[in-house]
Ligand binder design. Structure first.
Ligand SMILES: [Zn+2]
Length: 286
């Protein structure tokens, strides 16, 4: 029933998915690049993307560009210029504007991106700072920005002897002046503690990420209803919100018949009411 043509199509689709994902090797390269920039230009000071732009003679401006983009880097007459859209990113010290600036610096620092801009292969990079499907160049610039604003060494140092909690995430986000979602993903990416991140929208599971060493598996599928007994479920079904992490049990979220159902877990919710979404963080209560 499934001939050669079908197998070829599947193979091509898989290849496309692979090509659009950042591999560990590439992530390491981008992280090393960001770390070396911090070492060279920032040292132990607070990370200010503007300083990095200045030393590279990259000019920048903030303006209201309606909904056209969050940020954009342009190459004209041998010079680079970064535009930050205040209408979408807020004031220049906001976590979103800082992340956008870091992202545009990524397009400047990543050789392939800079060369393409120089040669006019791409006219400019209008970037959007949203959790939307992105092409590989945008993913690389996002990853670079998170490494630049939250360098691995500094981030790990801030987490020493501090167990995962909502308070820790708030404190990290405050320390690095990054958004809660960017901070959560950086924490997850650095594999500091086994965790499960799930985003639910309109009472349905939208997507999730699970650490390889997180003990529990088989969460509801994408598109399935949010479990009733979860803390996220309380928001959608009972309009109840919780500011701190709550104790739940594995079968509130997972259906692995081999799991230890008595192991308490924490669930901490972040409410994004403008999109009727909730991001939950789950981890084992030690
Ligand atoms: Zn971009």
């Amino acid at each position: 029933m499934f001939g050669r043509k079908w197998r070829k199509t599947v193979k091509m689709q898989k290849k496309r998915v692979m090509e659009n994902e950042l591999c560990d090797y590439r992530k390491e390269e981008l992280s090393d690049l960001a770390e070396s920039i911090i070492e060279n230009y920032i040292g132990d000071d607070f990370i200010e993307p503007e300083i990095i732009a200045n030393v590279n003679r990259v000019t920048f401006s903030y303006g209201n560009y309606r909904d056209a983009f969050d940020g954009l880097i342009q190459h004209k007459f041998g010079r680079f210029h970064i535009f930050i859209n205040s209408n979408r990113s807020g004031i220049k010290t906001s976590p979103r504007a800082r992340f956008t600036f870091g992202h545009e610096l990524g397009h400047f620092y990543i050789d392939e991106h800079r060369n393409a801009l120089r040669k006019g292969k791409v006219l400019s990079h209008p970037s959007f700072n949203l959790l939307l499907p992105k092409n590989i160049a945008e993913k690389e610039a996002d990853y670079f920005s998170s490494c630049l604003l939250m360098p691995s060494k500094r981030f790990r140092k801030q987490c020493i002897k501090r167990p995962l909690s909502g308070k820790l995430i708030d404190s990290l986000s405050n320390h690095f002046q990054t958004s809660i979602s960017a901070t959560i993903f950086r924490y997850f990416e650095l594999r500091l503690f086994p965790m499960f991140i799930v985003c639910c929208k309109d009472s349905k599971v939208k997507w999730y990420f699970r650490s390889e060493d997180f003990l529990f598996n088989y969460p509801p599928k994408y598109g399935a209803p949010v479990p009733n007994s979860s803390v996220a479920g309380e928001f959608f079904y009972n309009q109840r919100e919780y500011s701190a992490e709550e104790i739940i049990y594995p079968d509130d979220w997972f259906s692995d018949f081999k799991m230890d159902k008595r192991q308490p877990l924490f669930e901490k919710c972040y409410y994004l009411k403008s999109t009727n979404s909730v991001i939950s963080l789950l981890w084992v209560k030690e």
